[in-house]
Design a binder for this molecule. Structure first.
Ligand SMILES: CC/C=C\C=C\CC(=O)SCCNC(=O)CCNC(=O)[C@H](O)C(C)(C)COP(=O)(O)OP(=O)(O)OC[C@H]1O[C@@H](n2cnc3c(N)ncnc32)[C@H](O)[C@@H]1OP(=O)(O)O
Length: 725
């Protein structure tokens, strides 16, 4: 795990624990033993520590925090090992490449010098997995780079690149990519230099005079940006101890706060989410194929059909990954508008310093435009992103099938439509797949890849690997109405409206949702995306019903025996489309304004509506609002597993965290359900099903019922799921 060798008077310690040199107990022990050996070896004058493979050290082994720790051969803890390194009278140089994160940066700060390659990144990302730097990071970093930058890095968990780390004083020098050679050369040059001033624990904290202001600004930022998360608050509290207490006493506080966090349910949930996000690309269709049995096609060029918000966002996601894109529209004006949108967004990134002008120019140079499918004969992959209309999508896929080479993969960015029906318009249904992006597509990390009945494993592998390449978290799901995310969302939006019929007001429902940690309420989001979108889809459905001889009554509260709320339609008929018209479920100062206000007109409308339908309005408790919004959503997740639409609960959680703003610190709806207790969820579902028998989303899932009896950890649900498929 840690190799020791000597070159002249330089001892070289190589940490070798693939894939990221995480600090397992054996790595920690290995470092301690090798440092002891070097200290005792009279031929050694200086020590270099570096990492084998792609990283220096990416932090403690996260598996170890949930109790799967190996026993230790040496008594010293990681903070003690680092103190032992710092106390060494022989200089130690950390030679950093790849990343030095978490415990990795803490080890580097226990060294007397740090050098790094230009592309190396450093950071204290512990907060993102619900803990804090527990090996002196909260105390050494403010001494090294100042209180302000330390508070920022530790409370946000962000990584910074070597040039910025150099400016902040976290590293001493940027060197060439031959990191070991550079490390040895640097070490030889510092052999005789005194170590006074190089032991970070002995230094004063920089910017201590501004402590009060810096700490309250950090707390304010956390309250705004990381609402509901306990780790950022405790991280700031730990850093603040560096101002109040001597190093050793502050280290005791760090250890105390570390214990609070590492044993918290938020930390466990965040660590579950960390591994679930890394599991998602490793797709598996049970009994068919999986990521390690099929090779993806190499996508060298792509095309996007449709230059609206979605199409341009997808084009940018591809361009950002250096994939040349042809953007196709049927109308020159629309095409020009789309290109302008892309140019403006890149210009914005240049203004914000996220891209240089040259980088933006290069990315744009890979964008071609066309008004004809004839220009698509050589592309490897096409992503169609026109509006949701089956007839239109089928027409486009038939044309693409004729225009594209036989090996090209044809993707539809649909959020709900039947992939098999779209594929039926082509002679290559094996190469057709849904790629459901989320708005804005260049930013949102989720990609729901929807496999049809005939989609080939190679096509699945190809879009999964493309997803990773363009920086997304790709999740494979099956084909059904609205797939996984939107199917579960449907139960939540329906129930939110039923609550309005029975006595709640939009802001009361939204505040329960936001208090749980979802950043935006159900009615706020509906106003943001526009009520008219759902209305258009519903009107198509009413027309279809009418064609089949069933007259649609605009006041009907049931469709085919299923409870339905016509409230959304009523608002649209009044021109209340949401933010864009200055009124929806809320009122806005003017069309396009962002801040919602409670609208007395809506309160009256709801009261009149309830009276008209003989519903006695009542005060609905936050607890009932919570259960009615979230329990059917969770139950639908179990039905999704039962139907084989998702193959793993982790995938559902990844979808909700990354596509719908579900608070990551609760692990996602499936993990959260397990925390509440599946038996409790099941009993509550049964209770409400009795009260609301005309809402089938209250019918408890059979999988939920069976798992509720067994109380298994989520990692062991797989067998139950598989036995139903
Ligand atoms: C008393 C207590 C003392 C000290 C406490 C210290 C606290 C810590 O140090 S906590 C850990 C802090 N570090 C991190 O949070 C880093 C997490 N990792 C990453 O950010 C990334 O993995 C990366 C290092 C930037 C590399 O990214 P990428 O190249 O995209 O690869 P991934 O797919 O993310 O990861 C590859 C592979 O490695 C596994 N892995 C990564 N980091 C860890 C880790 N710290 N512990 C265990 N495993 C880790 C990851 O799960 C992947 O595994 P697969 O099996 O291949 O999916």
């Amino acid at each position: 795990m840690v190799d020791y060798r000597r070159e002249g008077n330089v001892a070289i310690l190589t940490v070798n624990n693939p894939p990221v040199n995480a600090i397992s107990t054996r790595v920690k022990d290995g470092i301690y033993e090798c440092i002891s050996r070097a200290k005792n070896d009279t031929k050694v004058s200086v020590i270099v520590i570096h990492g084998h493979g792609k990283h220096f050290i990416a932090g403690a082994d996260i598996h170890g925090f949930s109790g799967q720790r190996e026993s230790s051969k040496v008594v010293a803890t990681l903070p003690e090992v680092i103190a032992f390194m710092e106390a060494s009278n022989k200089p130690i140089v950390a030679a950093i490449h790849g990343t030095a994160l978490g415990g990795g940066l803490e080890i580097a700060m226990g060294c007397h010098y740090r050098i790094a390659t230009k592309s190396a990144r450093v950071g204290q990302p512990e907060v993102l997995i619900g803990i804090l730097p527990g090996a002196g990071g909260t105390q050494r970093l403010p001494r090294l780079c100042g209180l302000g930058p330390a508070l920022d890095l530790i409370s946000t968990g962000r990584h910074i690149k070597a040039p910025q780390a150099l400016k902040l004083g976290i590293i001493d020098k940027i060197v060439s990519d031959d990191i070991l050679k550079e490390g040895i050369a640097f070490a030889k040059a510092v052999i005789d230099k005194p170590l006074n001033g190089r032991r970070i624990s002995t230094l004063p904290v920089k910017d201590a005079e501004n402590a009060e202001q810096l700490i309250s600004a950090a707390n304010a930022s956390v309250r705004k940006r990381q609402r509901g998360m306990m780790a950022p608050i405790w991280n700031i509290k730990a850093v603040a101890e560096s101002i109040k207490l001597p190093f050793d006493e502050a280290m005791e506080k760090e250890a105390e706060y570390f214990t609070v966090l590492v044993t918290s349910s938020q930390a466990r949930a965040l660590q579950y989410a960390f591994f679930s996000e890394r599991l998602a690309p490793k797709w598996e269709v049970p009994g068919v194929a999986s990521y390690n049995t099929v090779k993806p096609m190499n996508i060298k060029t792509a095309a996007v059909i449709g230059a609206g918000t979605m199409g341009t966002g997808i084009a940018m996601a591809l361009l950002n990954a250096r994939i040349p894109v042809t953007l196709v529209e049927q109308n020159k004006q629309f095409l020009e508008k789309g290109v302008k949108m892309i140019q403006d967004l890149y210009a914005g990134s240049v203004r914000l310093g996220k891209l240089t002008a040259d980088q933006a120019k290069y990315l744009l140079s890979n964008l071609k435009t066309s008004l004809s499918y004839d220009d698509l004969s050589t592309v490897d992959c096409v992503i169609e992103a026109v509006y949701e209309n089956m007839a239109l999508k089928k027409e486009i896929f038939a044309k693409l099938d004729n225009a594209c080479k036989p090996s090209a993969v044809l993707c539809s960015n649909t959020s709900s439509l039947d992939i098999d029906e779209i594929a039926s318009a082509t002679k290559r249904p094996d190469k057709v797949i849904g790629t459901h992006f989320f708005v804005p597509a260049y930013y949102m990390r989720l990609l729901e890849n929807v496999r049809g009945k005939l989609t080939s494993p190679e096509t699945i592998a190809t879009v999964q690997s493309l997803g990773v390449r363009i920086g997304k978290i790709p999740v494979v799901v099956g084909n059904c109405d609205s797939f996984v995310g939107n199917r579960m969302l449907g139960t939540y939006t329906s129930e939110a409206q039923f609550l309005l019929e029975e006595g709640a007001l939009p802001h009361e429902v939204d505040s329960v949702i936001k208090d749980f940690g979802i950043p935006i309420g159900a009615f706020e989001v509906s106003d943001l995306s526009g009520l008219d979108i759902g209305w258009r889809i519903r009107k198509e459905r009413y027309e279809k019903l009418e064609k089949s001889g069933k007259k649609h009554d605009p006041n009907a509260r049931f469709i085919n025996g299923e409870r339905f709320s016509p409230l959304g339609d009523t608002l649209c008929e009044k021109g209340r489309f949401g933010r864009k018209t200055g009124m929806g479920w809320y009122r806005y100062e003017k069309p396009g304004a962002k801040e919602p206000f409670i609208d007395a007109e809506i309160t009256t409308l709801l009261e009149d509506y309830s009276k008209k339908h003989n519903i006695t309005r009542r005060k609905i408790s936050p607890q009932e609002i919570f259960e009615r919004c979230f329990y059917p959503l969770i139950n639908e997740g179990f039905k999704v597993l039962e139907d084989g639409i998702a193959t793993r609960p982790e995938d559902i959680d990844v979808i909700w965290i990354n596509g719908y703003g579900w608070p990551k610190y609760t692990g996602g709806p499936m993990y959260y359900a397990n925390q509440i207790g599946l038996d409790k969820i099941y009993d509550t579902m049964c209770y409400y099903y009795e009260q609301h028998p005309t809402s089938s989303h209250w019918r408890p899932s059979a999988l939920l019922r069976d798992l509720a009896k067994q109380q298994l950890p989520i990692s062991q649900w797989g067998k139950q799921v598989a036995s139903r498929l």
